[in-house]
Design a protein around this ligand. Structure first.
Ligand code: APR
Length: 227
């Protein structure tokens, strides 16, 4: 029987594709404070600014390509059942060819109704405009899990982590919960890897830490697992 691999990814896996991480630079995310664009309060205060910000992130995706880190993970599917649990809202895992992807924090290429977050629309790379409404005439918002909001995909992600024989964590500062707590659902026998150029401020007991960029570290782990 194939073993189960769960890969938990954060902004770091997309860094080499040209998408900035949240906490590596000077505390600004593409020149905005995260709190000013990533909460329901900020959307209520200035929906135009927030929508414009995510429109720009979505457009940026059209200029980015999956990197070696995303691509190497796809190779694991030959030998393992692989589930990617990503905190990223980009679509680079999909575009690299990974099949099972759980997006914990939403997806840039989707919009949802402001009054019903489960009413989701595929918008591809199109901007969201004030003219766009759901079927009841309600405004659309980016399909992003903002700070303080529920994380509906958390339960399915926990179930996958609980079944994992191998957990690979890549490019996350492990400071944003509940995502950062996911690794604690892994069983005692689960083999754990963490790939990041910077040692995170978390307890790495029982985890094989590979201090590398995703492009290098993921290849190394994938080669080891496919051996
Ligand atoms: N390869 C691998 N890791 C990298 C690379 C790289 N080339 N470059 C940077 N990193 C690492 C950093 O060292 C850091 O540990 O990626 C991590 C990025 O951390 P954050 O910016 O905090 O991103 P993330 O952990 O994904 O943030 C979690 O916070 O704002 C919210 O919802 C947003 O999903 C996001 C969540």
């Amino acid at each position: 029987m194939k073993k189960n691999i769960v890969v938990l990814t954060g902004a770091g896996i997309s860094a080499e594709s040209g998408i900035k991480t949240f906490r590596d630079s000077d505390g600004l995310w593409e020149n905005y404070r995260i709190e000013d664009v990533a909460s329901w309060d900020s959307f209520q205060k200035d929906s135009e600014l927030v929508t414009k910000f995510y429109n720009a992130r979505r457009r940026q995706l059209t200029t980015c390509e999956p990197n070696e880190g995303h691509k190497q993970l796809v190779r694991l599917e030959d030998k393992f059942n692989v589930t990617i649990v990503t905190q990223n809202v980009d679509n680079l895992h999909e575009r690299a060819g990974s099949k099972n992807i759980i997006h914990l924090h939403g997806e840039l290429t989707k919009a949802c109704s402001v009054s019903d977050l489960t009413e989701v629309y595929d918008i591809g790379y199109h901007d969201i405009t004030p003219m766009d409404t759901d079927k009841n005439g309600e405004m659309l918002r980016p399909f992003i899990v903002w700070f303080g909001e529920n994380v509906p995909m958390l339960e399915p992600a926990i179930m996958e982590v609980q079944k994992a024989d191998i957990l690979i964590i890549i490019g996350t500062s492990l400071v944003v919960y509940p995502a950062a707590g996911l690794m604690h659902y892994a069983s005692k026998n689960c083999k754990k890897y963490l790939i990041d150029p910077v040692r995170p401020n978390a307890d790495l007991n029982g985890i094989t830490f590979i201090q590398q960029k995703a492009s290098v570290g993921v290849r190394q782990v994938v080669e080891e697992l496919l051996k």
